[in-house]
Design a protein around this ligand. Structure first.
Ligand SMILES: [Zn+2]
Length: 253
């Protein structure tokens, strides 16, 4: 599978989009920077979106992606998430106050948006990919995702503090090719990372001790203000297979 990094930061300043990874041109893993990174022609090809949790840095371009393409021929979007996340999007995003409820527009029979609840750890298929949502440990209900095709698998933790089940499931994945996980804060903000359910470089080092496979680990989620400190501290871990995702770059798994 091809993964294009649309955005990979935990906040937004010029040149730094928030979390969104485009898989094989039609599926987005989170939606923090879809309409910010893709042309209208590219946006209309996006059919499916996996949402890990309700936070804005993972969802904020959904309203504009739908609004931009509402009248485009054939445009329809399916959003997949665990029930708690779907409920949050219904209640707080597509609620006819923050933004229109596109699940009944232009009409109930052929809406432009479908919200699909998925069960944690139960595989489902999107366009030839086998997908599983797996709970992680963030401040709101959150899952990572494991995506598999015939050539290999990608595990994305989404936002998380120290967690267990995700790594247990990842360690059982055959043909794991890469892991994407987060490092949001530098070590000196460990207390803030702990209460907000995020990782620092030192916490990341401990988490990676739970990963058995020797595969590339790509990092995202750094808060723009702390990027320099986070990079320096991750470098000091001297883990050769760990690197930072680069916005705009396409990775093959
Ligand atoms: Zn979050």
């Amino acid at each position: 599978m091809r993964i294009k990094v649309l955005g990979c930061y935990g906040g937004n300043i010029p040149g730094h989009g928030m979390t969104a990874f485009l898989v094989n041109d039609t599926l987005s893993l989170d939606a923090g920077w879809v309409s910010g990174a893709l042309s209208l022609k590219e946006q209309v090809k996006v059919k499916d979106i996996l949402i890990s949790h309700s936070h804005l840095d993972h969802t904020c371009t959904l309203p504009f992606l739908i609004d931009n393409n509402f009248s485009a021929p054939g445009f329809a979007l399916r959003i997949y998430a665990i029930p708690e996340v779907i409920a949050s999007m219904k209640n707080h995003l597509f609620n006819n106050h923050t933004w229109p409820d596109f699940t009944c527009l232009p009409n109930d029979l052929t809406p432009v948006l479908k919200l699909v609840e998925v069960e944690p750890e139960k595989p489902f298929e999107i366009n030839g990919l086998r997908v599983r949502a797996v709970h992680v440990s963030h401040i709101v209900p959150t899952t990572g995702f494991i995506l598999e095709d015939k050539k290999g698998a990608l595990a994305f933790s989404s936002d998380t503090g120290p967690t267990e089940r995700f790594w247990e499931v990842v360690n059982e994945v055959k043909n794991l090719k890469a892991v994407i996980t987060e490092t949001s804060f530098p070590n000196e903000l460990q207390d803030l990372a702990r209460i907000s359910g995020h990782l620092t470089p030192q916490a990341l080092d401990h988490e990676l001790g739970k990963l058995r496979a020797n595969v590339p680990v790509y990092l995202y989620g750094g808060k723009p203000k702390h990027l320099a400190a986070i990079k320096k501290q991750v470098g000091a871990l001297k883990r050769r297979n760990v690197s930072f995702l680069v916005q705009g770059r396409t990775y093959k798994v």
